[in-house]
Design a protein around this ligand. Structure first.
Ligand code: ADP
Length: 953
């Protein structure tokens, strides 16, 4: 009876398995069925074609063109059917006068259906022929010919001969078949390995010698005292008196069961009951449950817990083992092998499907975020200009609304609108038109563009007080007003941007500059532009696993040495590496030599020389920080008039503190300068580096890469999560974080965290204060960071010692994996910087559902909006709304202005109060934070806009 149960269970699982697999394979079967049906219809023709007589072959070959070399019959050939291949030896240098010729072919890029056939003469001609069988899964076929005497090949000038294939799967379907085959193979190998191990355990009787006693008392037994038998259900007794789990009160226990030394982990959780008919006294408190013993078992492993799984008896870490007599015969093992194979195959297919679903979800999210970024951009100029429809549509008229009050035309009675398309490049621009003044009580002038052309992708506007000489213009500070057009059939022409930099993530990363170069490059490429990156070739590139595909590009003599250039695709971007043969960059670090300045200047000039010699005319040369600032000056002084007239120079300052003379020089020579957030741009505008050039100085915040920082796929987290299950995901991360930092176990205290370099910039005194304050408010404080300055490090060591044993954890190192766990495990992340050009930690925190508490400075101010004080500012900056009003509350954290402890308390206390007093609201804030878009979508639009301004469009 019991065996029957187990078998039935297996059969059920088996048929479930088959159903799922079949569902997965249906698409393929459909394709094959289609093929078979179509064959029935064409079979006659197919056999007539291929099976033609010698005379017919002679006729067919004689009617071919005089210089034709090869053909097939039929053409295209048919999947799964015979075809005939012909070659004219007279037209081939390799085959002329050949005695024996072989045709060598294969299908689908030589991935299947390979064949070699000797050819025979087509009588009385210089042609030869052979019959071949086309693989049933072919979607294309390639073939070449071999002169068996000389071993020379006729391969169509290295292109191979190719022919299409009918009635086979499509290329996509074939890829799917390959994937399914690979899944099958892996599942088969895993199943075999597992079952073979179990069989060998069973034959060596691994379960013998299992222990049943503890402190000399029986704590586990079976009903009969005999060993259990595989494939049966058995009663297993356990004596709670020997380990009073959770004390006498606990009346609900669970046995966690596995087999064969837990080979497949916990396989059953079986509820227990108090055993009746057993002696129950101070030494005996017998509990029992009915355990299904696996048909493969030779040992039964188990541990006991209460229902909440908080208290355990794991037999002092040895677990319990009970011997099982294994009675599986060959047929049973064979069945199990198949069952395991199906199970593993389904798990793999399900994982593939889940990943596909996740990617689709991610793509939809990303598309939505992109659209939102455009909407926010439109919304932010809607107090000056907006249109009906809101996003201009190709092929439709467009009504334009313009409010002069917010512009330099405030004084003018009349307003004229000059419009155009495609950044003024479209020939169909309407004539400038006088706008209709607003009605009484209204503010917006209006004008109608009769039609937005079908081949437009951008609508362009400037406004003026009149037409012609003497008129004053509102051209948005030189950038003009541009509104993206949707529904058009033309694509915007791509910009060609070349970054010249000394860092790039992940191959040469020292700081944020490296991430930004890669991220801007990637997002611009994604938006259809051409991006190239030029870097020095450091010594350590030779050992980089990411640069295995490096190839020689060119070399040239210049500045007394030879410059060798290699290329490689990194993160999807085309990179070039400059390697002067004087070993200037044979260094194992990016920085650190006392001639860094000279070396990088040399690099910048060599990079320009490379561009010039390869006749490149990019639209934009983008250089970064002091280290490639030289590009701006050198380009305008040496290259602009000597072969490279087109480029304009963009310059980004990531760090104001180094090489100020070089920075100033590049600001002067560049057509636009940016720094890494709008607020920071404002804060440093008084610096002599930029103060003379504010008209071309912009702040564009950095973003994070939402695919790299994604708790849903983050392998450093114990439980992956998204906004929907963030409570469970974060709870698991909290537990793991506490155990990693040696803090006490499960509890409900809020965790406040800091992930930071510990330098004066980061607000060291406030971090220390926050540690004490968090503890005084009943929370836990954790810190991951280290101080380059030994004095500061000593202060933090002191703090860690002082708080040891209390609710705190300190980890002084740079530890990337642990940083992921910090963001996931913390409820609150604190960033109390004295100044912060952009800052990434607050954006990463939000993506992981940790609420940011920050000092409102630089990029922190541009990304964190106080829940109590900044609803309007948040709505203005990040809400996308269909009616230009707010989309509800989009605030996302807590902020403070001052630099003293009281200022910090003001923000941190409100955050902790929210955690303690209104957990549901706090959770909703965490979820809201996780869904906000701090990627490069919005900054990319701003960069694109600035690039166009830079080239005067
Ligand atoms: P900054 O570049 O000034 O140090 P950012 O906030 O721009 O500050 O970037 C800091 C980055 O470094 C973040 O990605 C953060 O997670 C990471 N980080 C800082 N300290 C550590 C650490 N001790 N271990 C791991 N990652 C760290």
């Amino acid at each position: 009876m019991a065996t029957g149960d187990a078998t039935r269970q297996m059969t059920n699982a088996n048929s479930r398995a088959r159903t799922t697999t079949h569902a997965f394979r249906r698409a393929f079967r459909r394709a094959s069925t289609k093929r078979v049906e179509t064959f029935a219809a064409v079979d006659d023709r197919a056999s007539a074609d291929v099976g033609r007589s010698d005379e017919e072959d002679v006729r067919a070959c004689r009617t071919r063109g005089a210089d034709e070399r090869a053909f097939t019959s039929p053409s295209p050939v048919r999947a799964g059917a015979r075809a005939r291949v012909y070659v004219n030896t007279a037209n081939s240098d390799a085959l002329r006068h050949a005695g024996k010729v072989t045709v060598v072919g294969g299908c689908n890029g030589w991935r299947c259906g390979a064949y070699e056939r000797g050819m025979t003469e087509v009588r009385g001609t210089t042609w030869m022929k052979a019959d071949i069988d086309v693989d049933a899964n072919a979607y294309e076929m390639a073939y070449v010919f071999k002169n068996d005497g000389t071993k020379k090949y006729e391969n169509n000038n290295s292109h191979d001969f190719t022919v299409g294939v009918e009635y086979g799967p499509t290329k996509e379907e074939f890829e799917e078949i390959l994937k399914l085959n690979a899944v099958d193979e892996a599942a088969r190998a895993e199943a075999d390995a597992e079952v073979n191990r179990e069989m060998s355990m069973a034959s060596s009787n691994t379960g013998a010698g299992a222990k049943f006693e503890k402190y000399g008392r029986t704590i586990v037994r079976t009903a009969t005292g005999e060993p259990l038998v595989s494939g049966t259900t058995a009663s297993v007794f356990w004596n709670k008196a020997q380990n009073p789990i959770g004390g006498a009160d606990v009346e609900s226990l669970v046995m966690h069961v596995g087999y064969n030394e837990w080979i497949r982990g916990v396989e059953e959780k079986v509820p227990m009951r108090r055993a009746s008919g057993q002696a129950q006294d101070v030494n005996n408190d017998w509990w029992v449950c009915d355990v299904p013993v696996s048909p493969t078992a030779c040992v039964l492993n188990f541990v006991i817990s209460d229902v909440e799984e908080k208290n355990w008896d794991n037999n002092e870490k040895q677990n319990f083992r009970v011997a099982v007599k294994n009675v599986a015969d060959d047929e049973m093992w064979a069945n199990i092998r198949e069952l395991r194979f199906e199970e593993k195959r389904i798990a793999a297919l399900r994982a593939i499907k889940n990943e596909k679903d996740r990617l689709a979800r991610r793509a939809a999210e990303a598309a939505k975020a992109k659209q939102l970024a455009i909407e926010v951009g439109l919304k932010q100029q809607a107090f000056i200009i907006y249109t009906e429809p809101k996003v201009p549509q190709a092929g439709q008229p467009l009504k334009v609304f313009y409010n002069k009050k917010n512009t330099n035309l405030n004084w003018s009675g009349d307003i004229y609108m000059t419009s155009g398309f495609n950044r003024w490049r479209h020939a169909g621009a309407p004539a400038p038109m006088k706008m209709t003044p607003p009605k009484e009580g209204e503010e917006f002038f209006t004008a109608v563009v009769p039609i937005v052309p079908n081949d437009s992708w951008m609508a362009d506007f400037v406004f003026s007080s009149g037409i012609g000489q003497g008129a004053q213009y509102d051209n948005r500070g030189g950038r003009d007003y541009h509104l993206p057009v949707t529904g058009g059939d033309a694509k915007k022409p791509p910009l060609h941007v070349v970054h010249i930099a000394v860092e790039m993530a992940p191959i040469a990363k020292v700081g944020g500059l490296a991430d930004v170069v890669t991220a801007i490059g990637r997002v611009m490429k994604e938006n259809g532009h051409q991006v190239e990156v030029i870097l020095p070739k450091y010594q350590f590139f030779n050992n980089s696993v990411l640069l295995g595909g490096r190839q020689y590009e060119t070399h040239f003599d210049w500045a007394g040495t030879t410059i060798r250039v290699e290329k490689c695709i990194v993160e999807g971007l085309q990179c070039f590496f400059i390697e002067p043969q004087n070993n200037m960059f044979s260094t194992n670090a990016v920085y650190g030599r006392n001639d860094d300045g000279e070396r990088f200047n040399f690099f910048c000039n060599a990079a320009l020389e490379f561009l010039n010699r390869t006749a490149r005319q990019p639209d934009i040369l983008h250089c970064h920080d002091w280290s490639s600032a030289e590009v701006a000056r050198a380009y305008w002084q040496h290259y602009h008039h000597n072969g490279m007239p087109k480029p304009k120079v963009a310059f980004t300052i990531h760090n104001m503190n180094y090489g100020q003379a070089k920075l100033s020089e590049a600001v002067f020579h560049s057509q636009m300068t940016t720094t890494v957030s709008r607020s920071y741009a404002g804060e440093v505008s008084g610096s002599p580096v930029v103060s003379g050039n504010l008209q071309k100085f912009y702040g564009v915040r950095n973003g994070i890469d939402p695919d790299i920082w994604d708790p849903e796929i983050d392998s450093f987290l114990p439980v992956k999560y998204n906004a929907e299950n963030c409570v469970e995901g974060k709870a698991a991360a909290r537990a793991e974080l506490r155990s990693r930092l040696g803090m006490s176990g499960w509890n409900d205290k809020p965790i406040v965290g800091v992930v930071s370099r510990l330098t004066a910039q980061k607000g060291v005194h406030l971090i220390k204060h926050a540690a004490h304050h968090t503890l005084s408010r009943g929370g836990q404080f954790v810190l991951l960071g280290s101080a380059p300055d030994p004095k500061i490090q000593a202060e933090f060591n002191g703090l860690a010692n002082q708080l040891a044993g209390q609710d705190s954890g300190f980890f002084f190192a740079f530890d990337e994996p642990l940083s992921h766990l910090m963001y996931a495990g913390c409820d609150i992340i604190l960033v109390p910087s004295m100044f912060e050009p952009c800052g990434l930690t607050q954006m990463i925190s939000m993506r992981y559902g940790a609420v940011p508490v920050v000092r409102a400075t630089g990029g922190l101010r541009d990304t964190v909006f106080d829940v109590d004080n900044e609803k309007e500012r948040a709505a203005w900056e990040i809400a996308g709304s269909s009616d230009w009003k707010t989309d509800g509350d989009v605030t996302n954290g807590f902020s403070f202005e001052g630099t003293d402890a009281g200022a910090l308390n003001y923000a941190l206390d409100r955050c902790l109060d929210a955690f303690y007093n209104d957990r549901a609201w706090f959770r909703s804030l965490q979820k809201r934070d996780m869904l906000q878009d701090w990627s490069w979508n919005k900054p990319a639009l701003e960069y694109e806009e600035l690039y166009y301004k830079c080239i005067g469009q």
